[in-house]
Design a protein around this ligand. Structure first.
Ligand SMILES: Nc1ncnc2c1ncn2[C@@H]1O[C@H](COP(=O)(O)OP(=O)(O)OP(=O)(O)O)[C@@H](O)[C@H]1O
Ligand SMILES: [Mg+2]
Length: 277
């Protein structure tokens, strides 16, 4: 698998707090097609990390490369969106046009693509995000989950290979959170997009393939979600919760009921239990 993002000894401090690093010596790499959850307490550096990957901040030390290029340069050339789709937590701040399909067309129009190509991309992005039927709706009238899917559709219309999302579900109700998370899983599975998302919901982190935990600007864990939640003292030290589903899995294993540890949703658990002899 191709490496799409590399950071080496990446460090950053905000001008206001020179003696305190927001991010310190972070060396990570990401492969094409990974689905990664970034977790950690408030102020641990998650957003700072994503901003460095997206070229919104420039490292004080170390370096970052996205698809072999400096993201800051990509951004200056106005090409960032064609490599990295960015989605933030507040769905309302990301809508730029009054009508759904116009909102999705905004990015490709700015790239000065031919009209036919714009139409094609808008259609594709709307269909992928399940918004095709709503294409002529007023964007402001969408639900929170639909608005976040619209933000994702807007990003997809630029055909990036990587999606970075900073707490895309934190302002949504439970139904909206499900919608957005299911979409991310689908885009990763079917479109092979590399997806890195920040979340405070551990049941969402459980569904990623890789989990990275930050602690005071450093990487405290990098591995599978299951291996993370197995490390109770670390999880507790970071002030994070063990997802109820994972607790249940551990109870089942203790009772010698061996459902596979690939189970990440209640629905999958029900299926596995029904399959037991
Ligand atoms: N604009 C800023 N100016 C000064 N310091 C900042 C700024 N943004 C973040 N920081 C500091 O940098 C550190 C890392 O912040 P960051 O926003 O990356 O954390 P986070 O893990 O995303 O937290 P949260 O979960 O609350 O979003 C914190 O100590 C924070 O106070
Ligand atoms: Mg943050």
């Amino acid at each position: 698998m191709e490496t799409v993002i590399v950071t080496n000894n990446l460090s950053y401090h905000y001008a206001a707090e020179k003696e305190r690093y927001a991010l310190q010596n972070v060396s990570l790499s990401f492969l094409q097609g990974e689905l990664v959850a970034l977790v950690g307490p408030n102020g641990s550096g998650k957003t700072t990390f994503i901003k460095l990957l997206a070229g919104l901040l420039e490292p004080n030390e170390g370096y970052v490369e996205v698809l072999g290029r400096n993201p800051k340069k990509l951004k200056e050339e106005g090409l960032l969106g064609t490599q990295i789709g960015l989605v933030f937590q507040n769905p309302d701040n990301q809508i730029v046009a009054a009508v759904v399909e116009e909102d999705v067309a905004f990015g490709p129009e700015n790239l000065n693509l031919p009209t036919g190509e714009i139409k094609k991309r808008v259609e594709e992005a709307l269909k992928l995000t399940g918004l095709w039927e709503l294409r002529q709706r007023a964007s402001y009238a969408l639900s929170g989950g639909q608005k976040q899917r619209l933000a994702i559709a807007g990003a997809l219309a630029l055909k990036p290979r990587i999606l970075l999302l900073d707490e895309p579900t934190s302002m949504l109700d439970p139904a909206g959170r499900q919608e957005v998370l299911n979409l991310l899983l689908k885009l990763n599975e079917e479109e092979k997009l590399t997806i890195i998302f920040i979340t405070h919901y551990m049941e969402e982190a459980l569904r990623a393939k890789r989990l990275i935990a930050f602690d005071r600007g450093r990487v405290a864990f990098d591995g599978t979600p299951n291996n993370f939640f197995r490390q109770k003292p670390l999880v507790r030290r970071l002030g994070l919760d063990i997802p109820p589903l994972y607790k249940l899995l551990e109870r089942l294993w203790a009772e010698k009921i061996f459902v596979p540890d690939t189970v990440t949703t209640p629905e999958m658990l029900v299926e596995e239990i029904c399959r037991l002899r």
